[in-house]
Design a protein around this ligand. Sequence first.
Ligand SMILES: Cc1ncc(COP(=O)(O)O)c(C=O)c1O
Length: 354
Amino acid sequence: MELERYGHGGDIWTATETYGRPLDGWLDFSSNMNPWGPPEVIGRLMKEQWRDIARYPDPAVRSLRRKLSEVYRVPMESILVGNGAAELIDLVIRVLGPEETVIARPSFTEYEQAVRKAGRRIQDVFLRQDDLFDLKDAEPFASRTVFLGHPNNPTGRLIPQSVLERLHETETHLILDEAFMDFVPDESGHSFLGRAAESERIQVIRSMTKFYAMPGIRLGFLVAHPDIVRRLADQQTHWSVNFLAQLIGEAVLDETGYADRTRAWLLEERPWLIRELGRLGLRVIPGDVNYLLVSLPGDGRWNAKRLQRALAERGIMIRDASLFRGLDGSYFRIAIRLRPDNERLLKELKEVLA
Ligand SMILES: Cc1ncc(COP(=O)(O)O)c(C=O)c1O
């Protein structure tokens, strides 16, 4: 658990402490941010409106909720904004979680942590490598409370629509983390946002930090039935969404050029990178978003931990995915970056694995 000592990828502080490189000396493939960086409008807003931090932020986050309501076509009363998706994962389990929550493995570790922090039980269901870790069968989850990544992290795979429909039919309480859904080209064809606004048995969590490359700002939102939103809002820390996050969130939703450029880049870059990684003898799970789960050949020469170390010596960070429960030591995860960075990764991988 060298670079993931604090539980996540993208930890350049721990990498710097471990390998003695400067903070800006890393090429980070371990956290899944949009490689185009934060939209320019954020810089302008911070410069022009920094004095307004002298006031408390809107406790009801009205302006941003109104904007989200227009963009995603869900009623404002069905939207709760949070300090990153991370806050909402915690809140939804703390307030609505039953005695037992079913978690599909492998998946994002914070679902498990939220359940444990709330003092409740976890029931694991392991997804199969031979199915590309897809949720093929609704039955192990049916009629329970389940927390699922849609698309899932670290696999990058969407849950098939038929499985979600079946779960909904069987009165399953569905908590869906759609943190990466904005990277999916036909987002509205897959997202359960609209359903969540109407049903007390579906809550959808979204992050704004990945697609707009602003994890330092902390911003996410949840869509649920208005009665559920009221219950969650009652238990949320006051002013957890700061003034700058509210202002920036509203502005980036107008950045349609940025969104189009991101989706166009990914449409080209993902198949290319999958192909090139395959040419190095690596097995790639063909994910639907901006990161890829990759496994090393089973000849025992390499494992993800060793590869992470060897690449870190060369200034490159990757995620050791063997730390996700349900994956063996051969798995690592990489973000898809812009072409020159991806070429550098391929070159270093080729040298290291030779
Ligand atoms: C699947 C998933 N959900 C939620 C989050 C948390 O996102 P945020 O930065 O909005 O708290 C992450 C962050 O890595 C993630 O990978």
